[in-house]
Design a protein around this ligand. Structure first.
Ligand code: ADP
Length: 443
């Protein structure tokens, strides 16, 4: 059936040993034929017969003797069908060799060669068991599994038997479930955390309303004071809701790294400009150390601006009046170099990497470092920075009204960018946060 697809090279490979022997005999006979005796003539006739038989055997062998080879050629005809599927898909033969794949599968599973055993590109026991089930019993199955990575991936693999001629193959289609599962988890977390955090300002508001409609009703000074307090609580609720929504949006596509390019210098300059009224109000100086030329990174501009904004907001918030905040951008170096440059400046500081990229160590990164002259964070709390709703002040019993979501947002954005986040802190000197993301290759 698939004769026209067999190359001359394949045909040579398939000649049985007997046919080769006959061919060799023919060649010997031809040598003898240089003589002129009758024996040579007989041998010449034998040689011709042997050669003819060898050719016939060879051809017949293509069609009937190697079911294995024919199956391979036949299954390959299904390849265009696989290619049309948007999800990664593989076709494996009865011996679990990959005989067909589509571009999505080759890209995501990082393999090139056809004929590779499935076990060399996929090791999840449940999937391999389902493939055996499809090949041996003709059973279809869907298997879910998790692949640990910087952001864990969840995949549902559909395994179905495919009958092709007398043989059975199995088809595997991989469907990414990461978004669905993270959405489900986030919804549960969101409800639990948000309701807990919103309850405090809501309770204050309720109390203030009761006071205003009761004892403070006719006292205008009290009324103004309580209305001011209500405004503070309402603002806090709004900030909480904004931050929570922002965090859920980031988490939703955290497993999809950005492919855009952004200029980190420009992002830093814009954030600095937007903060000038706050800086003036708080009497804090912002020192900008940003190169004149662009620092092009792989990243989403809006999200990178959110990172810089949140870090500078914190720095300004914790710096006493008259203090200085430094915002610095620089690009160059692999992970180790950038970590040393951006995260290890103060001799007596405690430091920690809140996030480290899992990509190959030789990638080049650019960083943004925000340094303040505030109180610093004591060593014991450093690992908890970036945890949702974590606030040092709350731990120490002097609540200041932050949401505890700013650094969580920073951490998730940097994680989406497959970058790193460092903090060093020296009580009395200040804190410094540095985020680094991959440099874009020069065009
Ligand atoms: P918040 O809205 O409370 O600032 P963040 O997530 O931005 O939330 O920060 C979490 C906690 O980390 C803060 O409550 C504070 O205790 C601590 N923190 C963050 N940045 C600084 C800083 N620059 N100096 C001192 N402490 C900081």
């Amino acid at each position: 059936m698939a004769m026209n697809r067999i190359t001359p090279r394949q045909r040579l490979d398939r000649l049985p040993a007997a046919a080769w022997a006959a061919g060799a005999l023919g060649a010997l006979a031809a040598l003898f034929a240089f003589g002129t005796n009758a024996a040579a003539a007989v041998l010449m006739v034998l040689a011709a017969a042997a050669a003819y038989w060898a050719m016939r055997e060879g051809r017949r062998f293509d069609i009937t003797s190697s079911a294995d080879q024919i199956e391979l050629v036949g299954l390959a005809e299904l390849a265009p069908l696989l290619e049309a599927l948007p999800d990664p898909a593989l076709l494996v033969d009865s011996e679990s060799r990959v005989v067909g794949s589509n571009a999505a599968a080759r890209r995501q599973m990082h393999f090139e060669a056809r004929g590779q055993f499935l076990t060399s590109i996929l090791r999840h026991p449940d999937v391999l068991e389902a493939v055996q089930g499809a090949l041996r019993e003709g059973a279809s199955r869907a298997v879910e599994y998790e692949t640990p990575a910087q952001v864990d991936r969840h995949t549902r693999c559909y395994v179905a038997p495919v009958t092709w001629g007398a043989d059975r193959a199995a088809m595997l289609v991989f469907h990414d479930q990461t978004s669905r599962i993270s959405t489900e988890r986030m919804r549960a977390d969101f409800l639990a955390n948000a309701s807990h955090e919103l309850r405090t300002p809501l309770a204050s508001l309720t109390l203030l309303i009761e006071t205003l409609s009761g004892p403070a009703r006719d006292n205008s000074a009290d009324r103004d004071r309580f209305l001011g307090m209500m405004q503070v609580q309402a603002d806090r609720m709004r900030r909480l809701i904004d931050d929570l929504l922002s965090l859920s949006r980031i988490e939703l596509d955290e497993h999809v790294p950005p492919s855009d390019r952004a200029d980190l210098s420009n992002v830093a300059r814009e954030v600095a400009d937007s903060l000038s009224p706050v800086l003036k109000e708080r009497n804090v100086t912002l020192e900008l150390r940003v190169p004149d030329k662009p620092v092009r990174v792989v990243g989403e501009r809006f999200q990178l601006a959110q990172v810089v904004q949140n870090l500078v907001d914190n720095a300004v918030k914790y710096t006493p009046a008259g203090g200085t905040v430094t915002l610095e951008v620089a690009g160059s170096g692999d992970r180790e170099e950038v970590s040393a440059l951006a995260g290890k400046r103060w001799d007596e500081a405690a430091r920690i990497a809140l996030l480290t990229p899992t990509a190959a160590a030789n990638r080049s990164y650019a960083y943004v470092r925000v340094e303040d002259s505030g109180p610093g964070v004591s060593k014991q709390f450093l690992p908890r920075l970036g945890e949702r709703f974590f606030r040092v002040e709350r731990e120490l019993g002097n609540e200041r009204g932050g949401t505890g979501l700013g650094l969580a947002i920073v951490k998730h954005i940097v994680n989406r960018h497959r970058g790193g986040l460092l903090v060093e802190s020296q009580p009395g000197r200040g804190s410094a946060f540095a985020a680094y993301v991959e440099l874009a290759e020069e065009a």
